[in-house]
Design a protein around this ligand. Structure first.
Ligand SMILES: [Zn+2]
Length: 451
């Protein structure tokens, strides 16, 4: 969504109420209350700012461009005193604040003064397209400038009665709420996650949490279900975004997988089974990141297709150039053209395991025979070289030369949490697991749904 620069008459009253609840951190100056604020910025959580209009105490409902001018004039007359105009300036590609001020016919001299205030310059010089700077002015003379500088901080410059500018950083505290969610897959993972009130980022998190156990690109089935304990982040009474998955259960083909998020005292965060075993395994279930597969394919639902076939491999349809990651730690044993496979990489892993990646578009620099790679490292890009009818990755998993279905791979037992962290782990994860349990429908329902 794109918001153009707009003007509207100030109202102030409601905005003042909101601001009064905030913690003000003054930088050397006394607090100056707002004169304007007819527009209030919210965020729908999808990264697109939404401009909301607050009711004006003087009845001027200036909406966007047309009519606003006339209403502004009428309102100004009714109030019998000059009132500030509030502009939400949306930064365009290549914009500078000088350009914005010139475009809006605001005083560039005022901007120069504001820039010279302590701590302001760095907060104003880095602008990204889509950023919003809220400017209040009286006939082109700046009366206030507001800009969010981080998720929790807003730069606020106000002109006082004496004409001096004062700078403040307003702290917008985040309010993290924890909610349970449950969904049953009917179409795509994305659609189902959206349907139960969470964003795409949650679907991607879910796929990453269970990347060692479930191949979300190939094995998702209608009737699979998930239960989540999810953080929802609010700011100033408005929903801001989804946070982290704190606990999750995913039922795939009738089998339940569980995970709980734990941050150790040293700050390291990882997902564990409820019993305290790491979810990490020697091999990823899929050598392509789920987000990559779905992004290029419109997040459509693919029925269970391209599963293990006579040709002893798994095919992942994905756009040309999609990064391929090493399924496990190993060494490059082949890199080059291999007949109908086209550009191919073969990795040699421990215990006689080999993985093969075919039809690549190209190889990244440095991925040469003999090179050691870590699980997740970039080893190639999806293409359609060799005998391929469309862009896809052909993936094989072999043990001592024999093809095996990656789904049947028995991986090494996962490492448990260290004994000295056990008590801390139990204390922190027990409430989350209790919430997960509570949000999970009774087992018979799940079995029936998963059939
Ligand atoms: Zn294939």
């Amino acid at each position: 969504m794109y918001i153009d620069d707009r003007q509207a008459p100030a109202s102030g009253a409601r905005a003042l109420l909101k601001l009064a609840r905030k913690r003000w951190v003054a930088i050397g100056m006394s607090a100056v209350l707002f004169g304007g604020g007819a527009w209030w910025l919210a965020d729908r959580g999808d990264g697109n700012p939404v401009v909301q209009e607050l009711p004006s105490p003087i009845g001027a409902q200036g909406s966007a461009a047309d009519g606003a001018g006339a209403q502004l004039a009428a309102a100004a007359q009714a109030a019998l005193k000059p009132i500030d105009s509030v502009v939400e300036a949306v930064i365009r590609p290549g914009d500078t604040l000088d350009a914005v001020f010139r475009r809006l016919q605001l005083s560039v001299e005022d901007l120069a003064v504001v820039r010279s205030l302590p701590g302001v310059r760095q907060s104003l010089d880095i602008l990204r397209p889509g950023d919003v700077v809220t400017l209040t002015h009286l006939n082109g003379e700046l009366t206030s400038l507001k800009r969010r500088v981080s998720e929790t901080e807003t730069l606020n410059v106000q002109r006082d009665a004496g004409g001096q500018f004062a700078v403040q950083i307003v702290e917008n505290e985040l309010d993290v709420r924890v909610v349970p969610l449950h969904g049953t897959i009917t179409s795509s993972l994305f659609r189902t996650v959206n349907d139960v009130g969470a964003s795409d980022s949650v679907a991607l998190q879910l796929a990453e949490v269970f990347r060692y156990d479930i191949d979300f690109a190939q094995e998702l089935q209608p009737g699979d279900s998930f239960t989540l304990v999810l953080e929802k982040v609010w700011r100033d009474g408005e929903f801001l975004r989804d946070g982290d998955i704190l606990a999750a259960e995913f039922v795939n083909a009738g089998r339940a997988y569980r995970a709980v998020r734990y941050t150790a005292p040293d700050g390291k965060t990882e997902y564990y089974t409820p019993e305290g075993k790491s979810l990490r395994k020697a091999f990823l279930r899929a050598p392509l990141q789920f987000s990559r597969i779905s992004s290029g394919f419109g997040m459509r639902w693919h029925p269970v297709l391209n599963r293990m076939r006579a040709h002893k491999g798994v095919d992942y349809a994905a756009p040309i150039g999609t990064p391929i990651r090493a399924a496990g730690d190993g060494r490059v044993s082949f890199r080059g053209v291999k007949g109908g496979y086209g550009n191919t990489i073969v990795l040699q892993h421990s215990n006689g395991v080999e993985t093969l990646y075919a039809h690549l578009h190209r190889f990244p620099k440095g991925v040469v025979v003999g090179k050691r790679v870590k699980q997740g490292d970039l080893i190639g890009y999806v293409g359609m070289s060799g005998l391929a009818t469309g862009p896809h990755l052909h993936y094989e998993y072999r043990v001592n030369g024999v093809h095996r279905n990656p789904a049947s791979i028995k991986t090494l037992p996962a490492e448990p949490i260290s004994p000295k962290l056990r008590a801390d782990f139990e204390a922190k994860t027990r409430p989350l697991l209790a919430q997960l349990q509570q949000a999970t429908p009774p087992a018979p329902a799940r079995v029936a749904a998963a059939r």
